[in-house]
Design a protein around this ligand. Structure first.
Ligand SMILES: Nc1ncnc2c1ncn2[C@@H]1O[C@H](COP(=O)(O)OP(=O)(O)OP(=O)(O)O)[C@@H](O)[C@H]1O
Ligand SMILES: [Mg+2]
Length: 419
């Protein structure tokens, strides 16, 4: 999946930006409201308190020093005798030292009689109980809320993911797939329409296959009668030509009937455990007298798999048959490989034949598609790979065809182990 174009990742990104904006806004508002609260709630009581304190200090520097220590603030007392400044710990300091900190403290100046002046430097935290943890609680709460919204939104988008997965399955040929419809909103309606559409297409294709099988079946009797009638005709070119055509028609009807038979069998799921290596050896041996040679190159000793043995045999035979049929005079041997991982087994058939162009590797799986129709029907009807695809799908597996370098074709079949 292309992450950049994923709706869900775009949704996640926009939620993250949205969340950051909300948190920033909340932090700014928090600070602004706190400032206002201070002005509204504390400024005038503070003024009164400062005037009271100024009255208590009078002209006495000792009391000013005590007040500084007791109230944990800076005090500057300006009298006729001089300027006295004390830090929050009550130690004498210079007035400039306290003035330097004016940006981080609240300064209250009270003018007394004559030249008397009292400056109090109060830390914000002493004035308003500003607990920074409150801000973190606010940020945490907001992030939590945004997270909840995100999860809820994601669950709303889940049907879209189901739809995407189902579309992928359909495009891989599995028309039996359906989307769960859990809601009646627009996405639910799309899901319902999708289900309706795939059911219709599946029905049409089934009808189409059924019709072909029925016609093939019905054609068998007239073909048999033509064959009998042919025997009675005098020998000659025409008779030979008609006999060849009749044989071709018989081969086609048999191929179509065989296809239908296999289709019914795939629906039956005749699965049993068997050794894929032993079965592959038998298939390879059956092709022993053909050129180019077929060799089983890499394979484990034994590979037990739960599958329909008869169908997998048809699958292997078709793929090896193609590899031989479409080889060239100077082609090297055909290599069959078996592999196994924790979840699946792989069967690959690599040939050195004339190959399939890269843009046709998917299309050759369609029924009746032949890359070289000029070869006539002697090389087949273009049904083999379509059958292989059906067999693989019936086992929940996959089939992948790729051109090889410098020439030839590689077919990779993957089957889940525990099907
Ligand atoms: N290994 C291969 N190398 C080159 N071309 C191939 C190979 N396998 C298949 N093809 C091409 O794909 C087409 C479809 O293959 P498919 O097996 O479906 O039909 P077929 O072999 O022509 O006939 P049938 O299998 O019905 O006897 C073939 O006609 C051929 O052109
Ligand atoms: Mg074939």
């Amino acid at each position: 999946m292309n992450r950049a174009s994923s709706l869900i990742s775009r949704f996640a990104a926009s939620t993250a930006i949205f969340a950051a904006a909300i948190v920033l806004l909340a932090v700014f508002s928090f600070n602004a409201i706190r400032g206002d609260l201070f002005r509204d709630s504390f400024e005038s009581p503070l003024d009164e308190w400062s005037s009271y304190l100024a009255g208590r200090i009078g002209e006495d520097a000792d009391i000013a020093q005590m007040a500084a220590r007791n109230h944990n603030m800076g005090v500057v007392l300006t009298t006729r005798e001089g300027v006295f400044a004390f830090g929050p710990d009550g130690q004498p300091v210079t007035p400039e030292f306290l003035a330097q900190q004016a940006s981080t403290v609240r300064t209250i100046i009270v003018d007394g009689h004559g030249d008397m002046r009292y400056s109090f430097y109060l830390r914000d935290s002493e004035v308003v109980n500003t607990n920074p943890s409150q801000l973190w609680v606010l940020i945490g709460g907001l992030l939590f809320l945004v997270g909840v919204v995100y999860v809820v939104q994601l669950s709303q988008l889940r049907p879209l993911r189901w739809l995407k997965e189902s579309v992928e399955k359909v495009s891989a040929g599995d028309l039996s797939t359906r989307v769960p419809v859990v809601r009646m909103d627009e996405v639910g309606q799309v899901g319902r329409a999708f289900n309706h559409m795939t059911a219709r297409v599946e029905q049409m294709l089934n009808d189409h296959d059924r019709l072909m099988a029925d016609v093939s079946h019905e054609l068998r009797s007239p073909l048999a009668r033509i064959k009998v009638a042919l025997e009675m005709l005098p020998e000659g070119d025409k008779r030979e030509q008609i006999a060849t055509d009749v044989r071709e028609m018989e081969a086609l009807t048999s191929a179509l009937l065989e296809r239908e038979r296999i289709k019914n069998r795939t629906a039956r799921h005749d699965h049993a455990e068997f050794d894929l290596v032993a079965m592959t050896r038998v298939v390879v041996t059956n092709f022993a007298d053909r050129t180019p040679a077929v060799v089983l190159t890499e394979s484990p000793e034994a590979l037990s798999i739960l599958a329909d043995e008869a169908l997998l045999k048809v699958l292997l035979q078709n793929l090896v048959d193609n590899a031989i049929k479409f080889s060239l005079d100077d082609s090297g041997p055909i290599e069959v490989r078996l592999g196994c991982s924790d979840e699946s087994v792989t069967v690959s058939i690599d040939d050195d034949g004339r190959g399939i162009p890269g843009d046709m590797t998917d299309r050759v799986l369609e029924p009746f598609l032949k890359l070289d129709p000029s070869r006539g029907h002697r090389s087949g009807y273009g049904l083999g790979l379509n059958l292989c695809q059906r067999i693989v799908q019936a086992h929940n597996g996959s089939i992948e065809i790729q051109p090889r370098e410098p020439r030839g074709t590689s077919v990779l079949v993957k089957l889940p182990l525990g099907f």
